[in-house]
Design a protein around this ligand. Structure first.
Ligand code: ADE
Ligand code: ZN
Length: 315
């Protein structure tokens, strides 16, 4: 079954480039940049990948991102991810990057962006993988900081297709960024947002009505609100669901409790994605495989999920 799932043509629509930083590359970049790490070795670092919630993961994820310093580092990170895509027949990617994670450490915006876009362009030419890049704002930071980031991004406007919203969800509702998203949309950018991962269905309503998003990232808590479910179905709003992430971050206690196939059968346009594959134990095919192993996903359902990912592309 693994090989069959791997061979399905797929798009990945929910992937944080910083979350694809494998421990081996993290150690290699630390050595290259002469950065001391608090872990003895790769194995030791992997042992730290046990999380009770989103925040525990984010603390480690931001710490890991500190080894990314040069344009070459961002290139190597993105290129390694694209190689994985090639091996899993992911033919189109719409990755996120978090510029504030880097600019707040003094790394120039252009250094981050140039490394990423160079690799994406090489991926298109050499691997045949098409792409659209999404600039994501960190929601635990202020509206002002997001405006400042958007301003820094505008000279590179053509490098992006959309803006996104990630990081600590609880206590940071989409409404906090209504004006920033309005500005981004006025520049012709599309919008997506993480909502309903740990946060309530109300945050999904806000993402739709205030941020005017084209897709919801995660969105699994929509199942608690029948009126919202009906809207997602009626308007065919895609959800970029990340099964391994949801179980690793305890959104669901167990993969057998995951609601993605129920939503699929109810007519919601759900897709399968890896979120932060280096931290959660697998790329897209491993996420499909988990649904087969734990939920008895059929081949027909897998084909439907893969087709949804291709249909839900923004680029
Ligand atoms: N940043 C990286 N992964 C994330 C996730 N799953 N939720 C929110 N912010 C993130
Ligand atoms: Zn995410």
């Amino acid at each position: 079954m693994y090989n069959w799932l791997n061979a399905l043509p797929k798009a990945e629509l929910h992937l944080h480039l910083e979350g694809s930083l494998e421990p081996e590359l993290l150690f290699a970049l630390a050595e290259r940049n002469r950065i001391a790490l608090p872990w003895d070795d790769v194995e030791n670092l992997r042992k730290a990948y046990a999380f009770n919630n989103l925040q525990e993961f984010l603390d480690l994820y931001y710490q890991g991102a500190d080894v990314l310093r040069t344009e070459q580092d961002f290139y190597d990170l993105t290129w390694a991810y694209l190689q994985k895509c090639k091996a899993q027949n992911v033919i189109h990617v719409e990755p996120f990057f978090d510029p504030q994670t880097h600019t707040d450490r003094g790394i120039p915006f252009a250094v981050v962006l140039n490394g990423i876009t160079q690799a994406l362009q090489d991926g298109q030419r050499q691997l045949g993988i098409s792409h659209g890049l999404i600039l994501s704002f960190l929601r635990h930071l202020s509206e002002e900081a997001a405006f400042d980031t958007l301003e820094q991004a505008m000279p590179f406007r053509d490098s992006f297709i959309a803006v996104g919203l990630d990081s600590s969800e609880l206590g940071h509702p989409p409404s906090k960024f209504e004006r920033v998203f309005a500005k981004a949309r006025s520049e012709g950018l599309l919008a997506v947002a993480h909502a309903g991962e740990e946060g309530p269905p109300e945050y999904i309503w806000q993402a739709l009505d205030l941020l005017k998003v084209s897709r919801i990232d995660h969105g699994v808590r929509a199942a608690e609100d029948p009126r919202l479910m009906q809207r997602l179905i009626d308007e065919q709003i895609p959800l970029t669901v990340c099964p391994l992430s949801n179980t690793k971050l305890c959104v669901f206690d167990d993969m057998r409790q995951h609601n993605i196939l129920q939503m699929l059968e109810q007519g919601v346009k759900v897709t399968v994605n890896s979120d932060d594959p280096a931290y959660f134990g697998g790329y897209v095919t491993e996420n499909f495989m988990a649904l087969y192993d734990s939920l008895g996903m059929t081949r027909e359902q897998a084909q439907h999920l893969a087709q949804n990912s291709l249909d839900a592309r923004l680029a």
